[in-house]
Design a protein around this ligand. Structure first.
Ligand code: NAD
Length: 295
């Protein structure tokens, strides 16, 4: 069993850290929200008043933060963790961030003899709770092999995508497709409802037809079709529209850099940015279906 420090105990990080505890690891935790820390302490984690003490004895440091600026600030900012993590430890950053920040942080840590992999995830809060996430890892193969037993306590599918940053590229490709599917599924369901169909009946039909996809099957945006999804909880919890809008911005930056054409992704970015700007940023991204509802 390993000593693991876990930083960022939000919708995803909280259940991921809980699964490391269940697997028998010694887990120290830190978050800016004391309530998030208290939940994990009740499940057996140790906590510290400051993040530098939290990482001191750790062989692995897992971070699950909102965006690149938070990750860069944590490791390389004023009195950053680069000054406190012991040499030879492995940092696993599972946040969805830009490739450039991955390269900057991993290079700086390397100079301090600290190893790093980018390991963003897919599978949502349900996957984080069930320990069935997919991990997309960028970094050296030896570090991937070292991290794999830890990642297997939180996920089911662990992929080595390539060198540093490759995990993030895989992640933005996936989330761009997810956003397109969620917007398309939403407008199809609303079209059916506008023409008198029940959302559950239409979902059952499309699930056995060629429109079948993940958003329809396990994350249906129409309220009442599925239990235990954000749409049946007034779009609370889950994956915030703000975070999806961030990921679509990352996808567009990636496309500009490689001069790739991504027309569907560009439209999805505009739709989710508009939806966030209309006051839905903290709601789950499946609330995009509201945009298609007639007032
Ligand atoms: P969240 O906002 O629920 O959690 C982020 C946590 O980080 C918060 O508890 C916040 O207090 C904490 N935090 C921020 N800065 C910190 C710092 N400097 N030190 C310590 N704690 C800090 O977000 P989330 O939904 O858990 O998402 C986290 C990451 O995972 C994001 O990059 C997101 O894009 C990605 N992601 C989310 C989902 C999802 O379904 N929610 C799915 C896949 C990937």
């Amino acid at each position: 069993m390993s000593n693991i420090a876990f930083i960022g105990l939000g919708n995803m990080g909280g259940p991921m850290a809980a699964n490391l505890l269940k697997a028998g690891h010694q887990v120290t935790v830190f978050d800016l929200f004391p309530e998030a820390v208290a939940t994990l302490v009740a499940e057996g984690a140790s906590s510290f008043d400051n993040v530098s003490d939290c990482v001191k004895g750790a062989d692995f440091i897992v971070s699950m933060l909102p965006a690149g600026k938070h990750v860069e600030g944590l490791y390389l900012g004023e009195d950053g963790l680069i000054n406190h993590i012991k040499e030879g430890s492995l940092v696993i950053d599972s946040s969805t961030i830009d490739k450039e920040t991955v390269i900057k942080v991993s290079s700086a840590l390397k100079q301090a003899n600290i190893d790093f992999i980018d390991a963003p995830v897919s599978g949502g809060v349900g996957g984080a709770q069930a320990g069935t996430l997919s991990f997309m890892v960028g970094g050296e193969k030896s570090d991937f092999d070292r991290a794999k037993p830890v990642l297997e306590n939180m996920g089911k599918n662990i992929f080595h995508a390539g060198s540093h940053g490759a995990g993030q590229v895989a992640k933005v490709c996936n989330n761009m497709l997810l956003a397109v599917l969620m917007a398309g599924t939403s407008e199809a369901l609303q079209l059916g409802m506008d023409n008198g169909l029940d959302a559950k009946v239409l979902s059952d039909i499309m699930l056995q037809s060629s429109g079948r996809n993940w958003t329809l099957e396990v994350y249906n945006p129409a309220p009442g079709v599925l239990e235990n999804v954000p749409s049946s909880n007034d779009y609370n919890g889950g994956f915030m529209t703000d975070l999806m809008a961030k990921d679509l911005g990352l996808a567009m930056d990636t496309a500009v850099n490689s001069q790739s054409s991504t027309p569907m992704g560009a439209l999805a970015r505009s739709l989710f940015a508009l939806h966030a700007g209309q006051g839905n940023g903290k709601k789950d991204f499946s609330s995009i279906i509201k945009m298609f509802e007639k007032s």
